[in-house]
Design a protein around this ligand. Structure first.
Ligand code: MLC
Ligand code: AMP
Length: 516
């Protein structure tokens, strides 16, 4: 090789990633060309074709329109993966509504924050509690379990979207712990899907087993959008079960599987893991894939997993090559259309050159996939010249492969989901047995990191157990944010400004009180 490679997936001009107009416009073309070709499999209802999805989503759009929803209105969507959820999602995008995907695990406080911020005019929610919380917080909104409960109506204009129109409002926590809505436009979603189509040579003959939830960028922006954009097919699974994934791969002769590292750690130990060998591509992302797991998977299945890196705000950014070497521990090269620079602290593109070769820097990105900004938070998000600081820190090796090394912010990633320590600390602060608490992640083979509470007990009180802490926050924090382990400490280490020094928590820890 003559010098460091700069991009993953050579095909096509990065400039024309959005020439299809919008995802709905591309989907319409696929459906028009081969309406009978299958595109989605639901475990309850079986396969549906492109034409059926087009018809079903148009009918849902008619119902949403009859209920008074209009272009630009926000609609909350949350349900287990299945064709009904996909039809609702596709209907919203086709008629210009803005989808706000909601993690089904969120509790009332978390949902209320998003409702107050996004001001949704509609909500299709599988969970009864969630519907009740939304009705209370947004009495004017149209709230239902499924669009079939709304009366049918005239189908509005579909698929005539401008690339700059908002398509998804994806909530992602900031360092303050208050989630912010990342506004992704139709052009962003299209650029994200097209970059993956090129980089992974995603073809209409591909079949993906999709066991990721459809309320985060991985399942939605990569798995679902990528499938529909390529004219391919996906076998949807409402939850992740290693045996069911293997069965689906065999039954449907699947070619693709995408997962978070926790899924791979469960697959690698499954007695039938070798049966995954027929896949043409297995992709990992959302959290670091340990190099040992990467090698273990190859030994068990013969698959050399392709690791990639992305975020809610940008769809996908970086990927190991499809054809070249996939390096364990590395996320690879920038995807087509992605401009990426590593900058020293305090520097940004334009203010200084990149860090020297081999040095670490914060990842800044620019490209048609990078979101428009945070909802109702002017002055935040990408700069006016398009550059966005990701908060992730990386270095490049001599061949240009990127290695993620940490973050400038204090996020914990557990099972592929982000948890912000401050949000958890705030909810635990009023526990009667706690004088002071700090939250940090502790390495864990299965989950990547375990949410761990370092607790200074209140005078005369015993250190609470993890179960005590969980019951204290049961109605306030989604399960995955709740502490899994407790470590008693005499004091929380702080710097001169009073800021918790989380990296020192392990060092000041006393005897561990309670694990899970
Ligand atoms: C579930 N639990 C978790 C958890 N998921 N705890 C911590 N972290 C998680 N991620 C809780 C459950 O509520 C339960 O709690 C207990 O753990 C055991 O549950 P389980 O049945 O073993 O878990 P399961 O339901 O199988 O879920 C594990 C999982 C799931 C890995 C399949 O977390 C998952 O789908 N993760 C993927 C998330 C994702 O899509 N991330 C992409 C973000 S987008 P209790 O108390 O009831 O015992 C992004 C951008 C990018 O990051 O680059 O992709
Ligand atoms: P989210 O805000 O949920 O979209 O999560 C995005 C974050 O997940 C990124 O900023 C990274 O920190 C992290 N992430 C995504 N992919 C990877 C990966 N392959 N390895 C390590 N971290 C990752």
């Amino acid at each position: 090789m003559s010098g460091p490679a700069t991009h993953c997936g050579a095909g096509g001009d990065p400039e024309d990633l959005t020439s299809g107009g919008s995802l709905p416009a591309v989907w319409r073309e696929h459906a028009g060309r081969q309406p009978d070709r299958v595109c989605l499999h639901d475990p309850d209802t079986g396969w549906i074709s492109r034409g059926e999805l087009a018809e079903e989503s148009a009918a849902v759009a008619g119902r949403l329109f009859a209920a008074g929803l209009r272009r630009g209105d926000r609609v909350l969507l949350s349900a287990p993966a299945g064709t009904a959820l996909v039809a609702a999602h596709v209907a919203c995008l086709r008629m210009g509504l803005v989808v706000v995907p909601l993690n089904a695990a969120l509790r009332r406080r978390e949902v209320a924050h998003i409702v107050a911020d996004a001001a949704p005019r509609g909500a299709i929610l599988d969970d009864a509690d969630m519907r009740a919380w939304v009705r209370r917080a947004a009495p004017e909104a149209v709230v239902c379990t499924s669009a079939v409960h709304l009366r049918s109506g005239k189908v509005p204009s579909l698929d005539d979207l401008d690339g700059n129109e908002p398509a998804i409002l994806g909530y992602t926590s900031g360092t303050t712990g208050a989630p912010k809505g990342a506004v992704l436009t139709h052009a962003n979603l299209l650029a994200g899907a097209e970059a993956l189509r090129r980089a992974w040579d995603w073809r209409d003959s591909d079949r993906l087993v999709l066991a990721l939830p459809l309320f985060h960028m991985h399942g939605l922006g990569v798995g679902l959008h990528g499938t529909l954009h390529a004219g391919a097919a996906a076998v949807l699974q409402p939850s992740f079960d290693p045996g069911a994934v293997i069965d689906a791969v065999l039954e449907h002769r699947a070619t693709l599987f995408f997962g978070v590292p926790t899924m791979y750690s469960r697959l690698v130990t499954h007695r039938r893991s070798g049966e995954l060998a027929g896949l043409r591509l297995a992709v990992s992302g959302s959290a670091p894939l340990a190099a040992e797991l990467h090698r273990g998977l190859e030994a068990a299945t013969g698959l050399r997993v392709l690791e990639r890196y992305g975020m809610t705000e940008t769809v996908m950014l970086v990927s190991n090559p499809l054809d070249g070497e996939r390096r364990p521990g590395s996320v690879g090269f920038p995807l087509p259309g992605v401009d990426l620079r590593l900058m020293a602290p305090g520097e940004s593109p334009g203010s200084a050159p990149e860090v020297a070769a081999g040095m670490s820097g914060e990842i800044w990105v620019r490209g048609p996939n990078v979101f428009a900004g945070y909802w109702c938070r002017p002055g935040t998000g990408p700069r006016s010249d398009g550059w966005f600081s990701t908060g992730d820190i990386a270095r490049r090796d001599a061949e240009g492969y990127l290695y993620l090394e940490g973050r400038t912010t204090e996020v914990i990633i557990t099972g592929g989901l982000n948890v912000y320590p401050r949000e958890v600390e705030e909810q635990l602060a009023d526990h009667p047995a706690i004088a002071e608490v700090a939250i940090a992640g502790r390495p864990d083979e299965q989950w990547g990191e375990l949410v761990t509470a370092y607790v200074v007990p209140a005078p005369g009180r015993r250190t609470p157990t993890a179960a005590d802490l969980r019951s204290h926050v049961v109605d306030r924090l989604a399960r995955y944010k709740q502490p899994r382990a407790v470590v008693p400490v005499e004091a929380i280490p702080r710097n001169a400004l009073g800021k918790v020094q989380r990296h020192l928590l392990g060092e000041v820890a006393g005897t561990e009180a309670a694990a899970t």
